[in-house]
Design a protein around this ligand. Sequence first.
Ligand code: 5GP
Length: 191
Amino acid sequence: MSSRTNKPGHLFVISAPSGAGKTTLCKALCERFPDIRFSISYTSRPSRADETDGVDYYFITKETFIKGIENGKWAEWAEVHGNFYGTSSELLNRTLSAGHDVLLDIDVQGAMQIVRNYPDSVTIFIMPPSPEILRVRLESRSTDSSDVIATRLLNAEKEMAEKDRYRHIIVNDRLPEAIAELISIVEKYHR
Ligand code: 5GP
């Protein structure tokens, strides 16, 4: 249990190229530490069939998102694969001030904004074992077209080039080991 004191919570930031297994790792982390608050992002991308508004994301229009940029609503925001994604400053600050640890699952551009604004945040980058394995993983997701896969691979290369800007790097070669490594990093900070 997190002891709620006057101390603000820790901010954990996880990034990874798509296909590196980030969603599975974040899920395992939240199961191990149920009191860590997973930050629900806002996005202008349409919801997928298995997603719920207010659970997976807050789905908003592009216009509303842009208004949020103008009004300084976002603690960080980025355009990823043609869609806008952002974290509400107000929600984030309120949760941290209440003493809760928070987990952000965001892209590299957003993570760098968070580091500037929250220099104590604990940044973690998840690497796939190799570019070949990443390609195979992305191709095996039958939902994505070859164009989408090509864009994601290009994006993955750009993201992986930034990995040294993170405090911790985990190579997701074998899942149980990657989960154990992630948990041991978080344990060092989590109250
Ligand atoms: P997806 O559309 O597959 O759910 O997410 C695509 C990418 O957007 C992922 O890399 C995810 O981490 C990133 N993302 C999700 N929410 C946010 C956010 O609030 N801010 C930023 N910068 N990236 C986000």
